[in-house]
Design a binder for this molecule. Sequence first.
Ligand code: FAD
Length: 636
Amino acid sequence: MEIERHEYDVVVIGAGGAGLRAAIEARQQGKRTAIVCKSLFGKAHTVMAEGGAAAAMGNVNSDDNWMVHFRDTMRGGKFLNNWRMAELHAKEAPDRVWELEAWGALFDRTKDGKISQRNFGGHEYPRLAHVGDRTGLEMIRTLQQRVVALQQEDERLHGDAEAYIKVFAECTITRLLKDHGPAHGPGGAIAGAFGYWREHGRLILFDAPAVVLATGGIGKSYVVTSNSWEYTGDGHALALLAGAKLINMEFIQFHPTGMVWPPSVRGILVTESVRGDGGVLRNSEGRRFMFDYIPEVFKDKYATTEEEGDRWYTDQANNRRPPELLPRDEVARAINAEVKAGRGSPQGGVYLDVSTRLPAAEIVRRLPSMHHQFKELADVDITAEPMQVGPTCHYIMGGVEVDADTGAAAVPGLFAAGEVSGGMHGSNRLGGNSLSDLLVFGRRAGAGAAAYVDRLAARPSVPEESVTAARAEALAPLERAGENPYEVHQELQRTMNELVGIIRNADEVTEALEAVKKLKERAQNVGAAGNRIYNPGWHLALDLRNMLLVSECVARAALLREESRGGHTRDDFPGMSAEWRRKLLVCAASPDGSEVTVEEKVQPAMRDDLITLFDRAELEKYITPEELADFDALVR
Ligand code: FAD
């Protein structure tokens, strides 16, 4: 069978914020760049982002700066973040937002005409640059417009709009290919990527010395999720199978507020902006229960009375923020506990009310998508009645282990940025820190890939036997009359939701690992009826390999980490442990994905000029006694 073949310098897999920003950078550095995405161009997950992009521009509160943002990010991640990434992110996010504005993004404005910034959980000052509650849409629109502008330039310069940047939409990559060593697994450098067109099922091969993974998250391994259909952990699995490592896979963010009713929309996100703009959480008894759940480490930063919390919205200098704006892991656990204690709403959530907090017209102006979403999907008018909400699988903090400055993974020629990469957010991401992460590290990965290509003495080539193996793997489900892939998928989703969800324990996670093992065996035999022309059963059969591999990493790491931190809560090990404070869990896989191993690795100590940005009293809550002794020696 013919395989369509293309040659590029850099292939970017994914056309969300991270992929587009990486591709723009690679093209601006003169590299012939392909953007490959399995969804339609313009319909990446980033489009769904609502609240905004966090950047310490200081437009609304001039006390904000990169150091405050850095501290908030490290606190939010419970000090497990790759601190170099958190530093770069805090320093560079404002430039990336301004750059987006220069490329045509129309952010909401303050009264004096600056980019407006809104409050979000865990951010000390109003920091999220936003466009109503449709920020992701504007971000993608602007980045796409920039791609088109570059193509117009290429048309003028080279007579071919696609000479230096071309989009391959509805095209799924199933394997990364390397130049020598074993066909897959350790050894060798990136030489290309293999995949298929979703529409007609024809196969496609990209020859390229550099690949940037920007494939987003893994939410479709869970039943209740805010994530869209393409979040099947493809980039995570592609990296693993090529010999790269994943870190922090045990940390999954369950967003506190997903819709709970009706069942068909369960999990769809209710943006944190609702709380940022004054919305409050109540249980079935009408109590604002978040005041009962302020953890010790945050006690001095959050209001202890409703009156103080309410005053904060108009006078932030003299009041502490309401506990509804605690980091997401805290709020999600609190909602879970209220529901378990029998104080939930009729459909198993709690109440989120903005109707008694803001005038109706203001709600419609500030939260147009939420107003529309509840009216259309649940027949609830949020200007007049509360919403019912509950936790939903939202974001994975874990991902490809990369070099902070360049986005380079362990495999030469492989780079990663955005949600598929790991480290930046530690054990818990602050809202708004993803959109800025995409821009900061998308640009860096694009530049890293371009510099890598410049340094190469010779182009690597794809061995024919790797192409043959990738082809056989891609077509195998069509050649079997095996088990239904939808059944395996549903069982995986239920397993992960029930046994490796928001609250975990050793027995349940062990049970999940057993189940995943059996599902992996069953997945070897799934078959797709029909031919290659738009065949979703075939697509799912291929995606299953990725979801199972990633789920195994999540479960294995969750079993090993015997503490509770950020997006990983063990009810058999409640509380953070000093022993685990600097330990990362690093996942690797055998070349065929049958074996997953997890190793501990110690995170390097934070640079002196960064650790001294914190007060000793705060560090005491997070870091080990040895680290504290080093800190004391430093400041003495
Ligand atoms: P994506 O935007 O998801 O792009 C992934 C791309 O990879 C897609 O183009 C997809 O088609 C492609 N792809 C995947 N697999 C393959 C494959 N095998 N082959 C080819 N292509 C592939 N974060 C914030 O900071 N602020 C917010 O306000 C915010 N709101 C959110 C609201 C919702 C409802 C959700 C779900 C998330 C929100 N987030 C927010 C999180 C944020 O949107 C995501 O983390 C971020 O958009 C991920 O961007 P990305 O570029 O990494 O991936």
